[in-house]
Design a protein around this ligand. Structure first.
Ligand SMILES: Cc1cc2nc3c(=O)[nH]c(=O)nc-3n(C[C@H](O)[C@H](O)[C@H](O)COP(=O)(O)OP(=O)(O)OC[C@H]3O[C@@H](n4cnc5c(N)ncnc54)[C@H](O)[C@@H]3O)c2cc1C
Ligand SMILES: NC(=O)c1ccc[n+]([C@@H]2O[C@H](COP(=O)([O-])OP(=O)(O)OC[C@H]3O[C@@H](n4cnc5c(N)ncnc54)[C@H](OP(=O)(O)O)[C@@H]3O)[C@@H](O)[C@H]2O)c1
Length: 463
């Protein structure tokens, strides 16, 4: 093998195989300079992934849908879904993940449309599953069960394509996203050309353990340490695994399948064996955690089979964590962030919001006012917003609040702005909420969300 001079900025543009020379010629473009270079290789390993080219199915009427239509590939954050009705098309990881993020960030409703089967989780109020789309008419989506609903945004969570534009069609891999793509002996060797390999072409459970095992196997084939059997034997071997693949029904079947596949690969090389059964148990436990609590499973932590180290628990529960930056993940919160367990979290009776440096410290219902003031005295604070309510806080509370420095009251909030007939005037003047804290109160998620969005618009005015 040789290497090209294009380095990390090189993109494979073209590849050909010559029966005469038994060599692959690969043309790589330096994306900075546009220069290309063609080099010869005895073997090629394709590691360009298969979650890069979005699958864009067509749906009747989607071209005239007036709202946002995106693929999950372009998803960067759910903040913009606050107060919106959002439709996910698809019933797999991306739909669940983005739908849950949208819910957390204050979407008014999240609908997920399935083609084959619903995910069937115990979704909270505000998330639902519907079958396939019959047609889309303006903002209105008509599902095959007769249900129709208006949406602001549609996210295609319809997966990805195995797409290798640099490969001639006869060498490319043509498959759906599954855990045993056809025509790959041992899951890595191209049946068409045994000197062409794929790493990570499967849908993944064991992911990086599998990549490692595959890499060791491919290395040993290239080095001649593993001799490939005849094409006929390769096909028999693939057919045996494929039969088992076709018989799989559950997620546990898939995990067992991939665990056995990885074990089989490892047994053929000097890759150090490790407790694959334990890995499988952890993955099955994760599946159960997800079934048990679809909004809480991300809080679970697991022990590394390799090191025995328990993963660190994140400082904030997923549902309350509104900042997914690395900085936030790696650092402890600057001060206690308390979302008072809400009672009376409805539009008419949430009088107090406390923020420090723009971070919500606590949200107090009317009954929680005294407790919240106590909290403020303990922690200190940079700003207090007291929201207008139908009933003003009692005199003693007002005195306490006034004595706490430095208190900021925003216009339209308590004390009531002269002439403002309700708190609505205050909210209406604020726009562009970016964060939406939630709480586990007895109020419905919908009314909580509406409330919180109002808080946030006010918080944003302080930032
Ligand atoms: C939204 C999302 C979330 C995921 N979450 C998880 C998770 O939680 N756990 C998990 O185990 N897996 C997860 N996965 C799967 C995970 O992405 C893959 O398992 C892993 O990244 C695949 O690694 P890879 O190296 O095969 O491909 P990639 O990570 O896609 O890397 C492929 C590389 O090839 C490069 N490339 C592509 N074409 C060319 C070319 N022509 N020339 C040169 N270079 C090229 C790309 O630029 C890229 O750097 C997730 C995938 C997605 C899409
Ligand atoms: N948190 C995570 O771990 C995470 C999050 C996101 C993604 N991922 C990774 O990313 C990979 C891709 O996940 P993904 O969810 O984007 O894709 P996916 O797992 O391949 O699922 C694609 C979904 O789109 C549906 N679909 C495809 N074509 C359709 C059509 N024409 N009409 C309606 N529905 C259609 C499929 O329906 P059928 O069921 O009917 O086939 C399926 O539900 C996963 O394998 C996973 O590794 C991981």
């Amino acid at each position: 093998m040789s290497s090209t001079s294009s380095g990390p900025n090189g993109a494979a543009q073209r590849m050909e195989y010559s029966e005469d020379t038994g060599m692959f010629s690969v043309t790589v473009e330096d994306l900075r300079t546009g220069e290309t270079e063609t080099s010869e290789f005895t073997h090629v390993i394709v590691g360009s992934g298969h979650f890069s080219f979005p699958n864009y199915p067509d749906f009747d009427g989607i071209e005239t849908f007036p709202g946002v239509v995106n693929h999950s590939h372009d998803f960067r954050g759910a903040e913009s879904f606050a107060n919106q009705d959002v439709l996910m098309i698809g019933a797999s990881y991306s739909a669940e993940d983005i739908g849950s993020q949208a819910y957390k960030m204050g979407a008014r409703s999240v609908t997920m449309s399935y083609r084959t089967a619903p995910m069937g989780y115990d979704w909270p109020e505000g998330i639902e599953e519907q079958p396939s789309i019959r047609t889309i008419d303006g903002n209105t989506v008509h599902f095959t069960n007769g249900v129709s609903k208006d949406f602001h945004a549609i996210i295609l969570c319809t997966g990805y394509l195995h797409h290798y534009p640099f490969l001639p069609s006869e060498l490319a891999l043509h498959s759906s996203n599954n855990i045993y793509p056809e025509h790959l002996y041992q899951g890595v060797v191209s049946e068409v050309n045994n000197k062409l390999f794929w790493l990570g072409a499967q849908d993944q459970w064991l992911t990086f353990n599998m990549f490692d095992a595959q890499a060791w196997f491919v290395r040993d084939v290239i080095l001649g340490r593993i001799e490939l059997p005849s094409l006929e034997e390769q096909r028999e071997h693939m057919a045996t695994w494929r039969k088992r693949f076709d018989a799989m029904e559950t997620a546990d079947d898939q995990i067992d399948f991939q665990t056995d596949y990885v074990r089989d690969l490892i047994s053929q090389t000097d890759y150090p064996m490790f407790d694959l059964y334990e890995v499988a148990d952890i993955l099955k436990g994760w599946v159960q955690d997800k079934k048990r609590d679809i909004m809480g499973y991300r809080n679970a932590t697991y022990r590394s089979v390799m090191t025995g180290t328990m993963a660190a628990k994140h400082h904030t529960e997923w549902i309350n964590e509104l900042d997914s930056s690395l900085e936030r993940y790696l650092n402890d919160p600057e001060s206690d962030e308390v979302l008072v367990q809400g009672h009376a979290l409805s539009d008419s009776c949430v009088p107090v919001l406390f923020v420090e440096k723009g971070e919500v410290l606590s949200v107090g219902g009317r009954k929680g006012l005294y407790g919240t003031i106590g909290l403020m005295e303990d922690i200190g604070f940079a700003a207090v917003i007291v929201f207008d309510t139908d009933e003003h806080p009692r005199e003693t509370s007002m005195e306490k609040l006034a004595a706490l420095p430095p208190a900021v009251t925003t216009s339209g909030c308590w004390p009531r702005r002269p002439g403002a007939s309700s708190s609505a005037g205050c909210w209406a003047s604020c726009a562009g909420a970016r964060r939406c804290p939630r709480s586990r109160s007895s109020a419905s998620p919908r009314s909580q969300k509406a409330c919180y969005m109002k808080y946030l618009t006010a918080v944003n005015t302080l930032q």
